[in-house]
Design a protein around this ligand. Structure first.
Ligand code: UDP
Length: 249
């Protein structure tokens, strides 16, 4: 079931259903784009960059990444069952990959990080087949080589950690050439899995204030968070104040 928020499609799925959907995409054997949509991305797409909105519209699966989107869904009268964040979905998919024998490729983050993340994942999910890893600090003229390496490794799942929206743009531009693969942007997830950056404590995750934990650890993010009140205002202006749109899906 899909709904639209400001013209961006978002799938109304639980984490488990999102995992199933990806499994279907893998079985389908074509190149697919998965976007975990957060408020920063959506606000940027809607307010300033229609190209990003186009990109979301092309995605095969778009999940509600974070409380901001879940809240917007509620205000719009199209509630989401739960949030499906990039890192959580990635971990579910890696577990599934180990069980199904899908090969995974980790592309992005500082040199060494993707390799460490892959090793940790293999320890946690024995039998996981890592098709390859590559850091995310390649120059524009090295891009072609990276695409060829990923293609040659022939993974079923490709996780790309270049930061948003660069990772989504990268996937959109190259995935069709890479071949049958489900590709998804995962932001700073490799840093967390490699143990370089700690995730907010569980109680913060449960209280849905993981963003606050992240802000405390990485104060430089405050600037990016200024967009959240703007997003909230846009949601209220568009869907709130008794203006609920019709239900979709
Ligand atoms: N990154 C990268 N290449 C770059 C810029 C960033 O591989 O040119 C990596 C960076 O090392 C980090 C991830 O991309 O692992 C971005 O993490 P961030 O938490 O900023 O993700 P966002 O929340 O912006 O999606």
């Amino acid at each position: 079931m899909r709904v639209e928020l400001f013209g961006a499609p978002v799938d109304r799925l639980t984490m488990e259903q999102a995992e199933e959907r990806v499994a279907e995409l893998v079985r389908g054997g074509r190149s697919c784009r998965v976007i975990t949509l957060n408020p920063e991305f959506l606000y940027r797409a809607v307010s300033a960059e229609p190209l990003l909105l186009e990109l979301v519209r092309r995605a095969d699966l778009v999940t509600a990444d974070g409380e901001g989107i879940v809240w917007a869904g509620r205000v719009a009268g199209t509630p989401f069952p739960e949030r499906v964040t990039g890192i959580d979905l990635m971990l579910r998919l890696v577990r599934r990959a180990a069980a199904e024998g899908w090969r995974v490729y980790l592309l992005g983050s500082a040199p060494g990080v993707a390799g460490e993340a892959a090793a940790n994942l293999q320890r946690k999910y024995p039998g996981l087949q890592v098709a390859g890893t590559h850091h995310g600090y390649f120059k524009p003229d090295e891009e072609e080589l990276v695409v060829r390496q990923v293609k040659q490794a022939a993974p079923q799942l490709l996780f790309v950690a270049l930061g948003a929206p660069r990772q989504e743009l990268w996937i959109d531009r190259h995935v069709d050439r890479i071949g049958p693969v489900v590709a998804m942007g995962v932001g700073g997830s490799f840093d967390v899995v490699a143990g370089r950056v700690a995730r907010a404590p569980r109680w913060m995750q449960r209280m849905k204030i993981e963003w606050l934990g992240r802000l405390i650890r990485e104060p430089s993010r405050w600037r990016r968070m200024l967009v959240l009140p703007k997003f909230a205002w846009l949601v209220l202006k568009t869907y709130g104040f008794g203006k609920r749109r019709q239900r979709f899906g």
